[in-house]
Write a protein that binds this ligand. Structure first.
Ligand code: SF4
Length: 243
């Protein structure tokens, strides 16, 4: 499984699977539900369910994808999870550095470990680094991200759980916003989304509205004020025009 239905990427690459909950955004973790379902279906890769598992045989997979793609790294895990040894993270970075025809999107809720390892990692321009921010008290993750040496920095406000105001978006290149989906989805308000959009517009930051979410996410769609917001940081065939 590598083609992705996630609107802001093309493929997923999961050299590790499994994770553990760390903040309110994790409460209805989709990766957990899917991992358990795949385990029940007897899929070998998910025999450990949502337990952190390293798949050494998958680490070199992007070399075999010759078509330039946007690749979401660890949609089923968190690359900066405390149980992933540094040597594995380093190896994943080496693959990303060498596969310069792809863009790699890494998203974490472990901003502390990200910053701690920052100087020991090689940041090539095709690595987009992001943090998740689901509520006001998780805004500090953006400050950690800003201190890293990644060329492209992004924030995923998903699932957006409350209004988040007075954001410091200096040196941030891309913002994704989305509501939670699934049976236990927590509600999102249009006003919260518009407030983030306004803050992005002031600094000319690319904005991607992923979904309203809810129990029937297809029906609720992803239009905001009659428009689809599908903006990305500039890139061309995997080569990014640096700003
Ligand atoms: S960090 Fe991500 S993958 Fe890990 S439990 Fe939270 S939502 Fe799930």
């Amino acid at each position: 499984m590598s083609q992705s239905k996630i609107e802001w990427t093309e493929k997923t690459w999961n050299p590790t699977t499994g994770c553990s909950k760390i903040s309110p955004g994790c409460a209805n973790c989709y990766a957990e539900t899917l991992s358990n379902r795949l385990k029940a279906m007897g899929v070998e890769k998910y025999k450990n369910g949502f337990e952190l598992t390293i798949h050494h045989e998958e680490i070199e997979k992007p070399y075999r994808w010759t078509k330039p793609s946007m690749i979401f790294v660890n949609s089923m895990s968190d690359l900066f999870h405390e149980d992933i040894p540094f040597r594995v993270i380093k190896k994943v970075f080496e693959v990303m550095n060498k596969c310069d025809w792809h863009v790699f999107q890494v998203l974490t809720k472990r901003e502390g470990r990200l910053l701690e390892l920052n100087k020991r990692l090689n940041w090539s321009p095709n690595i987009w680094m992001g943090v998740s921010v689901e509520d006001e008290s998780r805004k500090y993750r953006i400050d950690f991200l800003r201190k890293t040496d990644s060329y492209v920095k992004f924030i995923s406000f998903e699932p957006l759980l409350e209004p988040i105001q007075n954001l410091n978006l200096q040196n941030i290149n891309w913002v994704i916003v989305g509501g939670e989906s699934g049976a236990k989805a927590r509600p999102i308000k249009k006003r919260w989304v518009m407030e983030i959009l306004d803050q992005c517009r002031k600094l000319d930051i690319k904005f991607f509205f992923k979904q309203w979410g809810g129990i029937n996410k297809k029906k609720n769609g992803r239009e905001l004020n009659g428009k689809i917001f599908n903006e990305f940081p500039p890139y061309n065939n995997g080569q990014i025009d640096l700003f």
